[in-house]
Design a binder for this molecule. Structure first.
Ligand code: UDX
Length: 468
């Protein structure tokens, strides 16, 4: 089964669509199933419900080639397929860690069908460790000619097509070596290392990878916060660390925290899984806590200069959880806007891809047509996503349009040199550049902060003298 296999993909979300469309591109006959008939109709005409770089062209090409189709009809598609990928959502669940109802429904629907030939259910959805074993036993109990394979995905939104076609590793977990090999054959064109293991280990590889990456982010964010206290520059620190091959250069970008549909959900699920297994995973609690605190950093930095944020106009660049995607689920930028509104600020926001998704979540935000429009008359501007396009903006023009030249670069994208003289630039874990032209209000805030520090010290001194 090296190519030309008949594949069904259940679920037309990010993972399902990238998996289905890319497997069709590799020469397989793929049918993607979704219960949402409108989505199926749109996809059949070549319209994607999401933005993902490069996916649109591959979709169109494979619809024309008839390698790919979309349907809501489970029965015909599943009966005709050799491998059925399950790629439905597994949202957070407070008790179980992950809500498996969509996965269970998909598997029940497969089990309802009559077929004699051997089929493989390959799990792409991120499911708690132990789920594969449970389904393997279920298939055995029901005496069905079905094999279960855990085949987690490691796609990043924004570069998912490239990640799918150039994977670093393929993970395959099953008790059935024949089924594992058949799933491995589907991945043969990639020449990536393949790890054959148990379903539980495969499931754990996915959780552990995401948790480790999130740990790296929270770690560098803690270092950044310390750099703020001791006048060091986290960008240089990260560069110095990254040259050690044991550390490496990736995921050392300090900022205002991680977001997205995977990290927050999967890290909570792993913590819950540990708890349910009687193990207290201390490190994960800290990773989550650091991330939550990091989201409030911008507010503290703004207050340092502007004091009370009531009625202040704050421009936010970036709404998605990271650049190159229209996905705003668990976006730190959205959390930040909620915090700003809680403080009474008026928010203007710009994002090149995510405005229509953000409009469904945010209220009372002025959505700007570009960064210049957002900056106009703003008391401060915040960079919330690490979009390299922000670096290319005309910052002299932006600063000229602002009410007060205060920029909080929440992703450490800008360099002091590219900024005009009169700007005050605050980054994360980097010495701030406070211009001479900060308004009297900002100066007053800084003065008040120092005065209160001096008072604190004086009080400490009085206490010390008193207790002598
Ligand atoms: C992640 C994993 O990378 C991927 O392997 C898995 O399959 C799904 O979850 P994704 O959610 O697309 O992918 O985003 P990713 O690029 O990993 O970034 C996640 C978050 O971390 C973003 O909010 C990003 O802004 C933040 N981040 C990333 C940092 O704050 N600093 C960094 O150095 C890197």
């Amino acid at each position: 089964m090296s190519s030309g296999s008949k594949i069904a993909v259940i679920g037309c979300g990010y993972v399902g669509l990238v998996t289905g469309i890319c497997f069709a591109e590799l020469g397989n006959q793929v049918t993607c199933i979704d219960i949402d008939k409108d989505k199926v109709a749109a996809l059949s005409k070549g319209t994607l419900p999401i933005y993902e770089a490069g996916l649109q062209e591959i979709l169109k090409r494979n619809l024309i080639n008839r390698q790919l189709s979309f349907t809501s009809d489970y029965s015909k598609t599943v009966k005709e397929s050799e491998v059925i990928f399950v790629a439905v959502g597994t949202p957070s669940s407070p008790i179980k860690g992950a809500d498996l109802s969509q996965v269970e429904e998909a598997i029940e629907d497969v089990l309802l069908l009559d077929f004699d030939d051997e089929k493989i259910v390959a799990m792409k959805s991120t499911v708690p460790v132990g789920t594969g074993e449970r389904f393997t036993n279920l298939f055995k109990r029901k005496r069905r000619n079905l094999s279960y394979v855990s085949n987690p995905e490691f796609l990043r939104e924004g570069s998912a097509v490239d990640d799918f076609l150039n994977p670093h590793r393929i993970v395959i977990g099953s008790v059935n070596p024949g089924a594992s090999q058949r799933v491995a054959n589907l991945h043969q064109p990639f020449q990536a290392p393949i790890i054959f293991t148990s379903t539980s280990s495969a499931e754990m590889i996915k959780y552990a990878s995401n948790a480790f990456l999130a740990t790296k982010i929270s770690f560098i964010n803690e270092i950044a916060n310390l750099c703020d206290h001791v006048d060091a520059d986290v960008k240089v620190v990260a560069e110095g660390m990254s040259l050690d091959p044991r550390i490496g250069p990736h995921f050392l970008g300090a900022g205002i925290g991680y977001g997205g549909f995977c990290f927050p959900k999967d890290i909570l699920a792993l913590k819950q899984l540990a708890g349910n297994s009687g193990y207290h995973f201390q490190l994960l609690s800290a990773v989550i806590e650091v991330n939550e605190m990091q989201k409030t950093l911008v507010i503290r930095k703004l207050k340092k200069y502007l004091g009370d944020l009531e009625d202040k106009v704050i421009a936010v660049l970036g709404l998605s959880f990271k650049p190159g995607t229209d996905d705003v689920r668990q976006s730190v930028a959205i959390d930040l806007i909620h915090l700003l509104q809680f403080e009474g600020a008026d928010v203007k926001a710009f994002d090149p891809l995510a405005v229509s998704n953000a409009k469904r979540i945010l209220k009372d935000v002025e959505f700007s047509k570009d960064a210049y429009d957002a900056a106009t008359k703003a008391d401060a501007l915040v960079i919330a996503t690490e979009d390299p396009a922000h670096q290319e903006l005309d910052w002299t023009k932006i600063v000229g349009l602002m009410q007060t030249p205060l920029i909080i670069d929440g992703r450490n994208l800008l360099s002091g040199e590219q900024m005009p003289e009169n700007v005050t630039l605050e980054q994360i874990g980097r010495p701030p550049r406070i211009s001479d032209q900060v308004s009297w209000l900002q100066k007053k805030q800084v003065l008040e902060k120092y005065n209160s520090k001096i008072n604190e010290r004086a009080n400490d001194q009085i206490d010390a003298d008193f207790s002598r």
